[in-house]
Design a protein around this ligand. Structure first.
Ligand SMILES: [Zn+2]
Length: 481
């Protein structure tokens, strides 16, 4: 959407412009987009998912998040590592409407109405720099006394530093990083304490009118958390070495893993809508995480669907164990699911395989899980590696079996009409290395073609023989229940 340009605040106001706070702007945009998706016939759940197209989480999580944001809340996304919290936060920025009207030259991109419209000024004050520029010298600032023709208006695009700020929580983030500082050296040169050259806006001022993303908020020192709390409570920030207050009108989206939750200052936590982002329960949804990499990874090497599902089952089984060891907290993450594929493909390439072999698959899984063990001291690393090794020795084969079962039983029901007799006859042919011509053989090849959705350079024959090869290592072709 391109905004019409106006020369000054009087023209802008005359156009019927309605100023919105950051929270209102985000909420309005979400409603607008969901309305569009709904009118195209999408379900409620489907339209919410489309707001966050790159993040796969359970539908209830999205519903909580959308409802909290529409209600004007700031957000805390918490949960185990690697469940998509940071990804959700980033996608909120993609959603954010970025073209806005701002006072030209304002260091914190104030809305022009904050300067000259008394009603809006009451809700959202302008910055001291604008007060000095447009107010009457020697008098307290009063928006009713501002000449709106003298307030120049720009259309700006919110971006990092101007409407977006990101903070990575750590003990190194000090209050000054959030509040910003007055540069005293520059003040001597410039002489005007409210000049943009004198003020170095901190993260809170940088995010004015947009979004503040704080990753791992519990890792911030208490003093820094208190600065954030004050900004959320009062909507203002005082830079270090200054008595002036600046507007801090943003939507705060913070994240935390489970371990650091207790480190979040309670009053701060009270200001945030807490949303639990758990691992995805639904297997097919976890499986769909791999769709993202399908396009990228599978062009040279064919990756059988049975292995893809097995990889997901491995990580799901790990999550079910709920191992509570900090160094192992990443092993069950969504990133591990992605790694299983890229690592297996890497091994296949080393061995010049055109289809991922069982050996490459097993090595890839092992590396993906080991690669997520955080190293802290040699002994504990070896101990943790042992835990993962033992887990794999009990679960890897089992997961492949489950991957096969999911695949075969879908065919068993849809293709073979759940006939055990037909299944056994087909399995006997496969064991002899042949897919019978016509009948159930053809049905199976059709099924494989549909399931594998193969588009790379590997031939159909290679794909079939790879899949049938895996099937032949399985013993039980029945599908009970
Ligand atoms: Zn300003």
């Amino acid at each position: 959407m391109d905004l019409i340009r106006y020369g000054n605040a009087l023209e802008l106001k005359g156009s019927g412009y309605v100023p919105l706070t950051a929270r209102e702007a985000l909420a309005q945009e979400m409603v607008r987009r969901m309305g569009g998706f709904r009118s195209e016939g999408l379900s409620r759940e489907g339209s919410m998912a489309l707001l966050f197209p790159r993040t796969i989480v359970d539908a209830e999580v999205l519903e909580c998040l959308v409802a909290a944001l529409l209600g004007g809340s700031h957000i805390l996304l918490f949960g185990p590592s690697g469940t998509g919290k940071t990804s959700l936060a980033k996608e909120l920025w993609n959603l954010f409407p970025k073209e806005v009207y701002a006072v030209s030259g304002c260091p914190v991109q104030d809305d022009p109405m904050s300067v000259m419209d008394p009603a809006y000024w009451k809700r959202v004050k302008c910055c001291p720099s604008c007060e000095a520029r447009f107010g009457i010298p020697g008098k307290d600032f009063d928006p009713a006394e501002v000449d709106p023709r003298k307030v120049p208006v720009s259309v700006i695009t919110l971006r990092e530093g101007y409407g977006l700020a990101r903070v990575q929580g750590s003990s190194e983030v000090f209050p000054d990083n959030l509040t910003g500082v007055y540069n005293l050296h520059r003040l001597e040169e410039v002489g005007d304490p409210t000049s943009p050259l004198v003020l170095e806006p901190g993260k809170l001022l940088q995010s004015n009118r947009g979004l503040l993303l704080v990753d791992e908020v519990g890792k911030l020192p208490l003093g820094t958390q208190n600065v954030l709390l004050q900004a959320l409570q009062e909507g203002i920030v005082s830079p270090a070495k200054s008595r002036e207050t600046f507007p801090a009108g943003f939507v705060a989206v913070t994240t935390s893993n489970l371990r650091d939750l207790d480190a979040i200052n309670e009053p701060l936590n009270d200001r945030l809508s807490n949303i639990y982002v758990d691992y995805i329960k639904d297997h097919m949804k976890n499986r769909s995480i791999l769709e993202v990499s399908r396009e990228r990874e599978y062009h040279e090497v064919f990756f059988p669907e049975i292995y893809l599902n097995a990889a997901v089952f491995v990580v799901e089984s790990w999550r079910d164990l709920s191992v509570d060891i900090p160094e192992l907290s990443e092993v069950g993450s969504n990133r591990t699911i992605l790694d299983t594929v890229s690592r297996s493909v890497a091994y296949a390439k080393i061995d010049s395989e055109r289809t991922v072999s069982l050996e490459s698959f097993k090595k890839g899984i092992r590396d993906a899980l080991y690669g997520r063990i955080r190293a802290r001291g040699g002994d504990s690393f070896l101990r943790n590696e042992e835990i993962v090794r033992e887990f794999l020795s009990g679960n890897l084969e089992l997961s492949i079996e489950r991957g096969f079962r999911l695949y075969w039983c879908t065919f068993f029901k849809r293709g073979l009409g759940s006939s055990l007799q037909r299944a056994e006859k087909l399995a006997r042919s496969l064991a002899q290395g042949t897919v019978p011509k016509g009948g159930d053989g053809d049905l199976l090849l059709d099924f494989i073609r549909k399931m594998e959705r193969w588009r790379g350079s590997v031939s159909d024959e290679e794909v079939f023989s790879s899949v049938v090869g895996i099937m032949n290592t399985m013993k039980d072709f029945g599908c009970k229940e």
